[in-house]
Every structure is written in structure tokens, then in C-alpha cells.
Design a protein around this ligand. Structure first.
Ligand SMILES: CC(C)(COP(=O)(O)OP(=O)(O)OC[C@H]1O[C@@H](n2cnc3c(N)ncnc32)[C@H](O)[C@@H]1OP(=O)(O)O)[C@@H](O)C(=O)NCCC(=O)NCCS
Length: 188
């Protein structure tokens, strides 16, 4: 296992840890939801697909640029419920580039959990794993996602208009990023 930092990561309200087999039920609660999947690169999943995804996640414990992310599940400290997932991709080892992705169960959105988890993950990625730059991408129509990137102090670096057809509609792709030195100014 080639972890970029020690796990779990802990915040006031959350624990970010590797996926566990008994997370399947929690995953089913949101991975089958069309609203949750609206801007994700897959359609709502049925039970069989969720179980297969769970098996893949259990194997995504490395931080290497092989196209697979390090997969972290987010747990509520108070209740132990699994409330969502954060992904960290290694995009380039020499240039120390990373990319994050995230999904929260709608029951737990609007409570600041995504921001809290993202800060913990990016703090570890910049301060312990020594990444140089972290990027995040989303559709321009996904305001909660780019709103989160802005709250994290990330800069909008690109807005590609109608650059692809995504789920049958023109897609506008936003790319946000922040450099290590910029992060350290915000989070010394
Ligand atoms: C993107 C996503 C993770 C954002 O989740 P979120 O819960 O809205 O994000 P935050 O953690 O930043 O929470 C923000 C809200 O919590 C509120 N909040 C409540 N209590 C809070 C607290 N204690 N601290 C901070 N914020 C708090 C904030 O005011 C904010 O509300 P607002 O959006 O009305 O201003 C979520 O929308 C999601 O999972 N979407 C579906 C999957 C998806 O599209 N992923 C991205 C693909 S690119």
C-alpha cells in the first residue's frame, strides 16, 4: 500500500478513511440517486454495480498516476455513518500534480461537511504528500461543486464552452486549481 499520508484524516466532525466492505449500504443510499449522479461520469447505479464499485474501491489504496484515485470514504465522527467520498488522483509524479473529486449523500449536504473534508484532504496532500498543484473539474451547471472550489480558495483557470456532449447535453467544463504556496498562505 503506497499511501501519500497517514490515514485516517480527522477533523472536528469527520473521519476520512479507506473504503470498507460494510460501506455498501451507505453507498447504495446515494449512488443510485439520479440527482447525485447528474454531473458524475456514470449513471445511477443498481445494487450489482454498487457492489462491483465497492470491490474496485477496496483496491484503490495507492497514490500512483495509473488513472485510479486514492479513494477515501467520509465518516461522521458522532454517529459513524458513511456520508460520502473524496478522491485524490495523482496526475504527474515529477510535477507533483493532483486532482480531487467528491460526492456527498444529499442527506448530509448543506452542512459544510464537503468543505471540512476537502480542507483536511488538501492540507495532507500539500503539507505531507508535498503536491505542487491540485486541480478540480466540474460542469459549469454544477454550482455546488464550483462553489466549493471557490470556498477552498481555488482559482478558476478554464471555462471550456460546449466542448463535449455530456449525458445528451452540451457541456461547459470548468477547471479550478490552487498551488501549494497559495494553499500554505491560506492554511499556514
Ligand atoms: C459538490 C458537493 C459535494 C457539495 O456539497 P455541500 O454540502 O453543498 O458543500 P459544503 O460542505 O461546502 O456545504 C455548503 C453549505 O453548507 C452550509 N453549512 C451549514 N452548516 C455549516 C457549517 N457548520 N460549516 C460550513 N458550512 C455550513 C453552508 O452555508 C453552505 O450552504 P450554501 O451552499 O447554501 O451556501 C455536493 O453538492 C454533491 O455531493 N453533489 C453531487 C455529486 C457531485 O456533483 N460532485 C461533484 C462532481 S464535479
Amino acid at each position: 500500500m503506497k499511501l501519500p499520508f497517514e490515514l485516517p484524516l480527522e477533523t472536528d466532525r469527520l473521519i476520512l478513511r479507506l473504503a470498507r466492505e460494510d460501506d455498501v449500504a451507505a453507498l447504495m443510499e446515494y449512488s443510485a440517486d439520479p440527482e447525485v449522479c447528474r454531473y458524475l461520469p456514470y449513471e445511477p447505479r443498481d445494487e450489482d454495480e454498487i457492489r462491483k464499485s465497492m470491490v474496485r474501491r477496496l483496491g484503490f489504496t495507492e497514490f500512483t498516476p495509473d488513472g485510479h484515485p486514492l479513494f477515501l470514504h467520509v465518516e461522521l465522527r458522532e454517529t459513524g455513518e458513511m456520508i460520502g467520498e473524496f478522491l485524490l488522483f495523482s496526475r504527474d509524479v515529477e510535477a507533483r500534480q493532483g486532482e480531487i473529486g467528491y460526492v456527498l449523500n444529499p442527506r448530509f449536504q448543506g452542512k459544510g461537511y464537503a468543505k471540512e473534508a476537502a480542507i483536511a484532504l488538501m492540507d495532507a496532500a500539500f503539507k505531507t504528500a508535498n503536491l505542487h498543484r491540485i486541480e478540480a473539474k466540474c460542469s459549469a451547471a454544477n454550482a455546488p461543486s464550483w462553489g466549493l472550489m471557490e470556498k477552498l480558495g481555488m482559482r478558476r483557470e478554464a471555462h471550456f464552452k460546449e466542448q463535449a456532449i455530456f449525458k445528451g447535453e452540451w457541456d461547459e467544463l470548468l477547471i479550478y486549481a490552487i498551488l501549494q504556496r497559495e494553499w500554505l498562505e491560506l492554511h499556514p
